[in-house]
Write a protein that binds this ligand. Structure first.
Ligand SMILES: [Zn+2]
Ligand SMILES: [Zn+2]
Length: 108
């Protein structure tokens, strides 16, 4: 008997979908563990509108309108916030992925 899912293939679960996946497909494609999870998370968000469990995201929340986004990288979240602030004149709160800190992004 061969286990099609070896122990060293990382898995990811999503409580909102009530499902669990192994990342063999992403690992095959990318050959990199961390990027496999990141790639899966991005694909999941693109198709379902939310991130799977255990994925730390930066969240940009506009203080003036309902716009809000989540990104895996600070740069991507910050760029969205700065662009939104620039075009709308709105201030945005940037919630850090790794702690409770928040950064305010003010319009220029
Ligand atoms: Zn999900
Ligand atoms: Zn706004």
């Amino acid at each position: 008997m061969t286990d099609p899912t070896p122990d060293d293939v990382p898995t990811v679960s999503c409580s909102r979908c009530d499902r669990e996946w192994d990342l063999a497909y992403e690992l095959d494609d990318l050959q990199v563990g961390n990027q496999a999870l990141e790639q899966f998370a991005l694909d999941h968000e693109r198709h379902t509108g939310h991130f799977p469990d255990g994925v730390e995201t930066w969240r940009a929340d506009c203080r003036r309108c309902p716009e809000t986004i989540q990104r895996l990288s600070e740069n991507a979240a910050r760029r969205w916030a700065e662009t939104h602030a620039r075009h709308t004149g709105h201030a945005i709160d940037l919630h850090h992925a790794d702690d409770e800190a928040t950064t305010r992004v003010e319009p220029p």
